[in-house]
Design a protein around this ligand. Sequence first.
Ligand SMILES: Cc1cc2nc3c(=O)[nH]c(=O)nc-3n(C[C@H](O)[C@H](O)[C@H](O)COP(=O)(O)O)c2cc1C
Length: 203
Amino acid sequence: MTTFEQLATRQRACRRFDPSEDVSDPDVVAMLECAVHAPSAQNCQPWEFVVVRSPATRREFQAIVQASWTGAGEDYAREHLSPGMFADIEDSIAGGGLETAPVVVVVCADTNRVAEMWIESSIFPATQNLLLAAGSLGYGSCLTTGVPLGFKDKVVDLLQLPDSIVPMAAVFIGRPAKQLGAPRREPARQHMHREHFGVGWDE
Ligand SMILES: Cc1cc2nc3c(=O)[nH]c(=O)nc-3n(C[C@H](O)[C@H](O)[C@H](O)COP(=O)(O)O)c2cc1C
């Protein structure tokens, strides 16, 4: 059995999925049941999840991502990302990797339920629960914000979102096409301070 610690420390962005494998509706519900158990400001629970399976809609997402990539995204990414990460992201966009995800969950915020200052902080704990729940069921997932935040109007049109519902993230989910290596992270101790900032954990 996978422990929570293993789940949390192995969780990674998966950007290409096995096209022969689906994500069942019961699994989608199980993942989103974990998502809605996240904390939110004043317990306002401002989330709405649009679960997209339609190949046509997924192709639209891919087209939006692609347009932003060939606009300015690719040049920026080449300059700022490690070569490995650049290759991974290029494959997910230009190579169509993200389009292989059988399910995209668009995580939205209901602005009638949450004050603007708490939108992100109330939406992303639920989104992280979704990523961890996907991992616990053996799925890969990729949290993206580029399409929902950068091309909000297109997403609103595509998903027929009412005025009060704002798209915040698109989470691509499926069985990973290949096993991902361990995430590269600096150790927690490197970012820990005893009592005051600047007093190292091991001092
Ligand atoms: C707020 C946020 C936005 C992200 N947006 C994207 C995105 O648009 N496209 C993408 O491929 N990955 C996106 N990611 C995933 C990150 O690139 C990934 O978590 C990070 O590079 C760590 O890589 P790893 O999961 O492979 O260890 C996003 C992650 C976060 C937290």
